[in-house]
Ligand binder design. Structure first.
Ligand code: PLP
Length: 466
């Protein structure tokens, strides 16, 4: 059966539309069948779906491990019987992380689910300490933490539309400004001053909401799904962490999209947070969520990483986590994810995506000077986007109706590379951007090919727009 003669039976985002069908993948390439013609074309997979790929498609070593795992893995209900695959995966991630960062890991089926679990762990952490008034989660405007109700509540984006009445009340999910240096620095303001202004807002939000009632501050280390890849300004994450600790709240990072190697270090925060300096001891996140590149799309797996500080409270408290799901720390999924992570580590693929990914960033930056409609290029490692503007000087975006992001994105796709084109809103400004997140095996030669498509697409759309 080809997609041309079938009705979609999958209840998907566009319920009745026949979507293109992924039919094959090899390394950094993906083959997709066109629903209108039934023809299959092979693309450079420069977005790996929604930034999922660490290894490429069809990796023979992972496939071999999947076959073995299918024969040898045994399902057990994680409340009463654990499995060695989950143990080994947790141990591996703890050991590969900066020393002392994490003491425990829980594995779930998706990033949204991990954020839900993390919110409950945070709430229970405070309860265990007898600090039961802490019910608020401060997060950021224009952020994305997943599609489930708790995750939507701490997020802030168009995906909430139609659901706001059934989300956690706004009083317990206050929001502060995003970090968005490109648009939100004031005239003459230095980055240092901008950072101080943002931190002042964070502290004021704690105070206004009653700092003794704040459970945690949650943010993406590097944003992804809402308006491209804004990097945290130097000192920002340190400052937020210190405010959290000053008021007894936990500091949580959501690295579902930007983590597990995506930005060129195992955890993105390693590049943006001051590491242990002797006087302060370890200064990373208290709790962190991961996903996507953990299983590289071979299995549905994500996770919650817990610092020693948080684990100790449970160990010295009730000794129990409240909440257990049927597929927590699933043996097959954990074993396959471990095979992915071991290969990523053995072949130094995180270093590769740091180097080749930053080369992609450099080449994208050339667009700024060679075209008239690219306003900003931002990202790190294998996580880059460029923002499209009508006027590079004033940063005025194109009218929303023109949907310039998809015009350019569709052309890049037509030429032969996948990408994520999107329109995001930040503080009332709706802007277009295109995001790239290739697998960590991408080469410079493939990056050059992608860039050629991007230049061509941007130049053509620029000409069409006059
Ligand atoms: N958190 C962040 C930062 C994400 O980017 C995403 C997905 O894009 C999620 C959470 C949700 O993950 P999932 O789609 O696996 O539920």
């Amino acid at each position: 059966m080809t997609v041309t003669d079938q009705v979609s039976h999958v209840f998907q985002v566009e319920v009745e539309k026949k979507l293109p069908m992924a039919v094959h993948g090899k390394g950094a390439y993906i083959s997709i069948e066109d629903p209108s013609t039934g023809e299959t074309k092979t693309y450079i997979d420069s977005s790996t779906g929604a930034a999922v790929g660490s290894l490429g498609h069809g990796d023979p070593e992972v496939i071999e491990e999947m076959c073995k795992a299918a024969k040898e893995s045994v399902y057990s209900f994680p409340v009463t019987v654990c499995n060695y695959a989950a143990e080994d995966l947790a141990e591996f991630i703890i050991q590969e992380s900066p020393k002392g960062a994490f003491a425990s890991a829980l594995f779930t089926g998706s990033g949204s689910e991990s954020n839900e679990n993390a919110m409950k762990i945070i709430r229970q952490y405070h309860n265990e300490k007898g600090d039961t008034k802490r019910v608020k989660f401060i997060s950021r405007k224009q952020s994305y933490h997943g599609y489930t109700l708790g995750a939507l509540s701490i997020g802030d984006n168009c995906r909430k539309e139609g659901f706001t009445e059934i989300l956690l009340p706004q009083e317990i999910t206050p929001k502060v400004s995003q970090v968005y240096a490109y648009r939100n620095t004031k005239e003459g303001e230095t980055l240092e001053q901008y950072k101080d202004r943002l931190l002042q807002e964070v502290e004021e939000t704690f105070i206004e909401n009653g700092p003794e009632t704040v459970a945690a501050f949650i943010c993406e280390t590097v944003g992804g799904s809402t308006y491209g890849n804004p990097l945290p300004i130097p000192g920002y994450l340190d400052g937020v962490r210190d405010i959290c600790h000053k008021y007894g709240a936990l500091f949580m990072l959501d690295e579902v999209m930007c983590g597990m190697g995506r930005c060129g270090t195992l955890h993105a925060w390693e590049q943006f947070i001051t590491l242990a300096d002797g006087s302060k001891g370890f200064v990373g996140p208290d709790i962190q969520t991961i996903g996507k590149t953990l299983g590289s799309g071979y299995v549905t797996i994500a996770g919650v990483l817990v610092s020693p500080k948080v684990k100790d409270v449970f160990v010295n408290g009730s000794g129990k986590i409240l909440g257990a799901q049927t597929y927590h720390s699933h043996a097959f999924n954990c074993r396959v994810a471990l095979a992915v992570q071991k290969k990523v580590s053995r072949d130094k693929l995180v270093q590769n995506i740091y180097n080749v990914g930053n080369y992609l960033g450099e080449r994208l930056t050339e667009l700024l000077t060679k075209t008239k409609i690219v306003g900003d290029v931002r990202g790190r490692g294998g996580f880059w986007s460029f923002e499209i503007v009508k006027d590079q000087k004033t940063k005025e975006p194109f009218p929303v109706e023109l949907d310039v992001a998809h015009k350019i994105g569709n052309k890049i796709y037509e030429f032969g590379a996948t990408n994520m084109a999107a329109q995001g809103t930040i503080d009332g400004v709706k802007g277009d951007h295109i995001l790239f997140a290739p697998s960590f095996i991408i080469t410079k030669e493939l990056v050059d090919q992608v860039i050629e498509y991007v230049f061509r697409a941007v130049t053509e759309v620029e000409a069409e727009l006059g």
